[in-house]
Design a protein around this ligand. Structure first.
Ligand code: HEM
Ligand code: SF4
Length: 561
């Protein structure tokens, strides 16, 4: 795992000391809230509906057990005993007291963490595939690239005051698990089809919010050594030409849309041609130093499959189900990557108590080289588990209420904080997720339905990714009432697509029935082995629209299927 060098350490400590002074001046009244706002936002401190919120960066979603234990301690000592893992691989504390935040930042700095650039119009936390370094299908671990971007983008003097926030995601595999085309820049590590050289494919202008757009291909192949020069060129075009007159039109997606991808590409390439990539590229020694931190852990040599695992699965049906849904093929024979679900049936998506964080940290030490990942699905991952230790791990997770066998299934719902916390919300999203989760909570029912991603946002800002949910739910306010729009056919993977609206808004109470009717259409029409998303792509939205609009009770629709 990457570890701060002395420069990082000194820089983060200085920032904490500086912010401590700013907080003291706010508390004694010498700074007004308006004066304090830009200062707190530089340090990840938001003001929500009921309290301040602190957003902590988890670069490319990678955490050590030591860091996770520290987050548990902070949650217990300074918050309400839990934290919320978000779709951008961050952790948010919803109830910190302003006077405590400098102490929290010091505790974070003790374990190489901070909140810098988790808000404001700068380059935010660079996210990555949560199975990075473990996935059997990856060309290369994307995290050294993401770390390089983190170093380059942190306090980059030219890009500290952009027209708007800027988000970058990196994946190392053709199968996109990092939603790269929903980001301002999406980077895919690829192998050149002719030369075999490893380089990058880049997308630009993706983003959700009130004007959702899928990222467009801007460069099909970029040699690795040119990455920083190309990013600098692209950021320059955006920084100079992105709109600053209207914050709703300020994201790079709007610039790309307004001038067209061809013109945007031409401007970036012209900028790039005027630069000397070698002068901007990171020193090869520094690149090698970064890469060394991500070297594979000390795997032992094992057969491809574990007989012990097969015996454990045969003996225990619940364990067998969990292995089927919550493990992922590992590149190292005899190992698996494991999803620790933060979606118990009826629970709050992405929340983990301090006790649960400690349990996961302990289990990571025992079974996964002390490493944990945060996924943009708001789950945790133990990336490197021996197959023959899966049963021991599962037993530990069961005891902590963390063994829900639902990764990728209908109850693995993404939801933003919505009206329960967020000052911008127009409707609640957490209770909607809970109601759907309870409705579809039966283990057999979920497995029968198979892979299906529901994503919920509490306003048009789309923090819950609803546009790219197979089923998306957007909470709005209509004549003083919460009203939910339902979209279908969104996709956050390499088949990225924005969902289409199915009909007029419905009430919160109607949402679970509406989902039932959509599921019924799918079950009635699916081909053998066809997932919900594949069936929607084949059938189009019409049959689902008819199901959604149907007024018959859901049970009847289900029976008719
Ligand atoms: C204080 C709470 C929050 C505030 C004020 C806030 C604000 C916003 C705003 C204004 C946008 C729209 C940006 C645009 O259209 O240009 C947005 C987008 C987004 N936010 Fe949040 N957000 C909050 C919490 C969260 C949380 C909890 C998550 C993760 C669960 C999150 C993840 C995202 C994502 C993924 C997007 C859409 C991607 C994009 O930027 O295009 N945000 N947020
Ligand atoms: S989508 Fe809206 S309600 Fe949800 S967290 Fe974002 S800004 Fe808040």
């Amino acid at each position: 795992m990457y570890r701060y060098d002395q420069f990082d350490e000194a820089f983060v400590r200085e920032r904490v000391a500086q912010f401590r002074g700013q907080v003291a001046r706010r508390i004694d009244g010498s700074l007004t809230e308006d004066e304090f706002k830009p200062l707190r936002l530089k340090n990840g401190v938001y003001l929500q509906l009921h309290a301040y919120m602190l957003r902590i960066a988890i670069p490319y979603g990678t955490l050590s057990s030591v860091q996770l234990r520290q987050l548990a301690l902070i949650g217990e000592r300074y918050d309400r005993g839990y934290g919320h893992f978000t779709t951008r691989q961050n952790l948010q504390f919803n109830w910190p007291k302003l006077r405590d935040i400098p102490d929290i930042l010091d505790l974070l700095a003790d374990v190489g963490m901070h909140c810098i650039q988790t808000s404001g119009n700068c380059i935010r936390n660079t996210t990555a595939d949560h199975f990075a370094g473990a996935a059997a299908d990856e060309v290369e671990d994307p995290r050294p690239t993401a770390e390089l971007i983190r170093q380059w983008s942190t306090m980059h003097p030219e890009f500290d005051y952009l027209p708007r926030k800027f988000k970058i995601a990196v994946t190392g595999a053709a199968r996109d698990r990092a939603a790269i085309r929903a980001h301002d820049i999406g980077i895919q590590v690829v192998r050149h089809p002719v030369s075999g050289e490893v380089g990058y494919r880049l997308f630009v202008g993706g983003g959700l919010g009130r004007t959702p757009m899928i990222g467009k291909l801007v460069r099909d192949f970029l040699p690795k050594a040119h990455l920083l020069a190309y990013l600098q060129s692209l950021m320059r075009v955006y920084n100079l030409e992105g709109r600053r007159d209207n914050k709703y039109k300020a994201r790079v997606k709007i610039l790309v849309h307004e001038i067209g991808i061809e013109e945007f590409r031409a401007r970036v390439e012209a900028e790039f041609a005027a630069l000397d990539p070698a002068a901007i590229a990171a020193d090869p020694e520094e690149v090698a130093r970064i890469e060394a931190y991500f070297a594979p852990p000390a795997f032992v040599s094992l057969p491809e499959t574990s007989q012990r695992l097969a015996a454990d699965r045969a003996r225990n049906a619940a364990f067998d189900r969990w292995v089927e849904t919550n493990t992922f093929p590992h590149r190292q024979p005899g190992y698996a990557a494991v999803t620790v679900s933060l979606k118990p049936v009826g629970g709050v998506p992405g929340d983990a108590t301090s006790d649960q964080m400690r349990t996961v940290a302990d289990l990571a030490d025992a079974h996964s080289f002390g490493e944990i990942r945060v996924s943009h699905h708001q789950n945790l991952i133990l990336p490197h588990v021996r197959q023959d230790e899966l049963h021991a791990l599962w037993t530990g997770l069961v005891a902590a209420g963390l063994a829900e066998a639902n990764a990728g299934l209908i109850t693995d719902i993404i939801a933003c904080p919505g009206l329960d916390y967020c000052a911008l919300a127009t409707a609640r999203s957490i209770p909607i997720a809970q109601a759907i989760s309870r409705r579809f909570g039966s283990a057999d029912r979920q497995r029968e339905i198979g892979e299906l991603g529901i994503k919920i946002s509490g306003c048009i800002n789309a923090c819950g990714h609803h546009h790219v949910g197979h089923i998306g739910i957007l909470g709005l306010e209509k004549s003083g009432q919460e009203s939910y729009q339902v979209t279908l056919g969104g996709d956050a993977t390499e088949n990225a697509a924005i969902g289409q609206l199915l009909g007029p808004g419905i009430t919160a109470a109607e949402v679970p029935d509406a989902i039932e009717r959509l599921v019924a259409v799918y079950l009635a029409h699916r081909h053998d082995g066809e997932t919900f998303a594949e069936a929607v792509r084949r059938l189009g939205i019409e049959p689902f629209k008819a199901g959604f609009l149907a007024s018959q009770p859901a049970e009847a629709a289900h029976a008719a299927a």
